[in-house]
Design a protein around this ligand. Structure first.
Ligand SMILES: [Mn+2]
Length: 301
């Protein structure tokens, strides 16, 4: 490709499912490495420094009626993520973080905010993650990511970073969520907020075009853009790697990768978090190599 060289990626694995609803995601960093992600990136011309993995933190049952499941351990993981990613950024590299469940993104945002207070977050996810720990909820913290970023939810997580709230609603874009998953009150709240929204139902036959438009809008409003990539934005009918399935209405793996290429090759790109990949769903071992090839291809530009 032409133009300036892309920055060096700093690879960090965060093998945690502590914020999820069962185990599995904690095996994603190891399985992505075994499927050849670092080698694929280098073969595609992208420089990578591998910083290894954090300690494994699998899901554990916490009992009935818990409002925020395993919150103390999730907070400890998020703080550890912030330190690890901070070292990557201080080394002049762009973090490529392999989760782990969606709570990992809170730590990556915390690390980047210390260096770029105007950071924006492009949340590329099959869900809006606006859950709360209130009565009647599951208590599963990885479904509440955006709530915590905006300062609500469990104060232990909302106040985990260098400021509260971590992000204003003018610094977030939600891309790829399915409106059918939104509670009516959340849909009304979202429509009244300044959050940039691009539901999957509005992405059309060529999702890259509206995705690029949202990336440009967020990049103009922010000082650098972190990309959160929950693999459940991919339809389970095409590549069922997500911890929680989304059928009929998600993006194809190819379309998601094409959007990722737009996000991660922009000059404002400051990091990528890959979340919610459950390698147990790759029963015959054919899905992960394809996913890794697509991810490496997207990051190679
Ligand atoms: Mn999701």
């Amino acid at each position: 490709m032409s133009g300036p060289a892309l920055p060096v990626l700093g690879l960090v694995g965060i093998p945690t499912s502590a914020g999820s609803h069962h185990a599995g995601q904690e095996r994603a960093p190891r399985r992505l490495r075994e499927a050849g992600l670092p080698e694929r990136l280098r073969a595609a011309g992208r420089m990578v420094v591998d910083h290894g993995d954090a300690p494994v933190m699998p899901y554990r049952p916490m009992g009935i009626g818990v409002a925020s499941r395993d919150a103390d351990r999730v907070v400890a993981v998020v703080r550890d993520v912030a330190e690890r990613v901070g070292r990557v950024v201080d080394a002049g590299q762009v973090p490529l973080v392999l989760g782990g469940d969606c709570t990992v993104t809170l730590g990556v945002v915390s690390a980047l905010l210390r260096r770029s207070p105007g950071l924006g977050l492009l949340y590329f996810d099959g869900d809006a993650d606006l859950g709360t720990p209130g009565p009647g909820g599951s208590g599963v913290l990885d479904s509440m990511g955006v709530t915590h970023l905006l300062g609500g939810g469990d104060p232990r997580l909302a106040r985990v970073g260098p400021r509260h709230p971590l992000l204003g609603d003018d610094r977030i874009a939600l891309v790829g969520y399915h409106p059918v998953e939104l509670a009516p009150a959340d849909a009304r709240w979202l429509a009244a907020s300044r959050i940039l929204t691009l539901p999957v139902t509005a992405m059309g036959d060529d999702p890259v075009v509206p995705a690029a438009r949202v990336m440009r809008s967020l990049a103009r409003a922010a000082d650098g853009v972190l990309v959160h990539f929950d693999v459940d934005v991919i339809d389970s009918g095409d590549a069922p790697l997500a911890n929680f399935p989304h059928f009929n209405g998600g993006l194809s793996l190819a379309a998601a990768a094409a959007c990722l290429r737009v996000f991660t090759t922009a000059p404002e790109f400051r990091g990528l978090v890959v979340t919610e990949l459950n390698p147990d769903h790759d029963v015959d071992g054919s899905l992960l190599p394809d996913f890794v090839a697509r991810l490496a291809g997207a990051l190679a530009g």
